[in-house]
Design a protein around this ligand. Structure first.
Ligand code: M6R
Length: 359
C-alpha cells in the first residue's frame, strides 16, 4: 500500500530510516559485529572476497568491497554477467558473494553457479527469504529492508550498504582477530544513521534543484573513493526513472575523456564525503572552467567544496565511510523529483522489470 504517497518509490525512500535500523538491529551490540546465521570465526580462512551483482546491487557491492580493502582484505567486484563468462582466478580462501535484492536475478545466479561449479564457497546478501540465491548459496545474510515494489531500488541500496559495512568489519575480525580501528566510531555512526537519513529527508532541497536544472542536456555525477559508487548510482537512478541522459564517473577520470561532454548545459553533481577533498576540488574546477553548473552533495564540514559549487545538497555529518549513503539519499530525491516534473511513470519505467530473470 502506498498510503499517502503518490508512488511506491517515494514511500520506499521514506522508509529508509526503518530499513537501516532493521539491517543493524542485533548485529552490532557491545561493539562486536555478529550475524545470526554465521558462527564466530566463520570467515577465518577467507583470504579474498569476490562480489558479483548487477545494477544498483553492483554499486552497493563496490561500496562494500572498498570497505573490505580499506581493512586489508583483498576484494573485487564483478558485474555478474561478465563473471559468468570470464571468471577471474580464485583459490581455496576465496568467498564469492552475490549481492542481489531479489535473489532471483538470472545473471547473478549464473555467476554464483559458475563459482560453485568451480568449488568456491558462496554467500548471498539478499532481501528475500526463500529466494533462489538464498537457497543455493552456502550462506546467506539478509538485508531486512522489507518488500520493495518500485522498480527503482532505493531503500534496498541503503540496506545493502549497511549490511556490507557490518560484513566488512565481521570478515576483518575473523581474519585478523580484531575489528578495524575505525570500528567503534563507525558502529556508533551506524546506530545514528536512521536519524541522519531522517533529517536528510526532512530537510532536502532536491526538489528545487530538480526544478532549477530540469531542462539540461545531460547530468553528470562524480565522486572519489566511496563517493564513486554513489556517483554511479545517482546516474543510474536518474536515467532509469526520468529517461534523461546521466553518467557517473570517478572524478579523476573526467579529464581522460568525459570532460569533452561538459558544457554550460550539463550540471555536474559532485559528491563529497570528507575524504579526497583537494582532488575533488580540482575536478570541480575542471568542469566549472567549462561553464558547467556544479551542485555539491556534501556535509557542512566540506566548506571549500560548498564554496566552489553553485548549489549544495546538504547531508548531515556522519562517519566518512557512511556520508556517501546519505549523499545517495539526496540523489534518490533528485531523481524522483526530476522524473515527476517530467511526468514519468516513476514506479514502472519503460523497458524495465523489477526482477530480471533472463540472462
Ligand atoms: O534484485 P537485484 O538486486 O539482483 O537486481 C539487480 C538490478 O536489476 C537492479 O538493482 C536494477 O539495477 C534496479 N532496477 C536499479 O534501480
Amino acid at each position: 500500500e502506498k498510503g499517502s504517497f503518490d508512488h511506491y518509490m517515494r514511500k520506499e525512500i521514506d522508509e529508509q530510516p526503518t530499513a537501516i535500523a532493521q539491517a543493524v538491529r542485533g548485529r552490532a551490540d557491545d561493539g562486536r559485529v555478529a550475524f545470526e546465521s554465521l558462527s564466530d570465526g566463520a570467515f577465518a580462512d577467507v583470504d579474498r572476497v569476490q562480489f558479483v551483482a548487477c545494477g544498483t546491487s553492483y554499486h552497493a557491492a563496490l561500496y562494500g568491497a572498498q570497505l573490505l580493502r580499506d581493512r586489508g582484505i583483498p576484494s573485487r567486484v564483478f558485474l555478474a554477467s561478465e563473471y559468468a563468462t570470464t571468471a577471474p582466478p580464485a583459490g581455496d580462501g576465496t568467498i564469492l558473494v552475490g549481492v542481489t535484492q531479489s535473489g532471483e536475478t538470472a545473471d547473478t545466479l549464473a555467476a554464483l553457479r559458475r563459482g560453485r561449479s568451480e568449488g568456491l564457497r558462496t554467500m548471498a546478501v539478499t532481501n528475500v527469504v526463500g529466494s533462489t540465491a538464498a537457497r543455493e548459496c552456502d550462506e546467506t545474510v539478509f538485508i531486512r529492508a522489507g518488500p520493495e515494489i518500485g522498480v527503482a531500488a532505493t531503500k534496498t541500496f541503503s540496506s545493502q550498504v549497511v549490511t556490507l559495512t557490518l560484513l566488512a568489519e565481521r570478515i576483518r575480525r575473523d581474519v585478523t582477530g580484531s575489528h578495524s580501528e575505525a570500528a567503534p566510531e563507525l558502529l556508533d555512526a551506524l546506530s545514528e544513521l536512521p536519524s541522519a537519513v531522517g533529517s536528510t529527508l526532512a530537510d532536502s532541497s532536491a526538489e528545487s534543484i530538480a526544478e532549477r536544472y530540469g531542462d539540461s542536456d545531460a547530468y553528470f555525477f562524480v565522486g572519489r573513493g566511496s563517493a564513486h559508487p554513489v556517483a554511479l548510482e545517482g546516474a543510474l537512478k536518474l536515467k532509469e526513472i526520468s529517461y534523461e541522459h546521466a553518467e557517473g564517473f570517478p572524478a579523476g577520470e573526467l579529464k581522460h575523456g568525459p570532460l569533452a561532454l561538459v558544457t554550460p548545459n550539463t550540471p555536474v553533481f559532485a559528491v563529497a564525503t570528507g575524504a579526497h577533498t583537494e582532488k575533488l576540488l580540482g575536478s570541480i574546477e575542471e568542469v566549472s572552467a567549462r561553464g558547467a553548473p556544479v551542485i555539491a552533495v556534501a556535509p557542512r564540514s566540506e566548506e571549500a567544496v560548498a564554496e566552489a559549487a553553485d548549489d549544495v545538497l546538504w547531508v548531515p555529518e556522519s562517519h566518512p565511510e557512511l556520508v556517501g549513503l546519505l549523499a545517495n539519499v539526496q540523489l534518490q530525491l533528485l531523481s524522483y523529483h526530476t522524473a515527476t516534473l517530467l511526468d514519468r511513470p516513476v514506479d514502472k519505467p519503460r523497458n524495465l522489470a523489477k526482477s530480471v530473470t533472463v540472462e
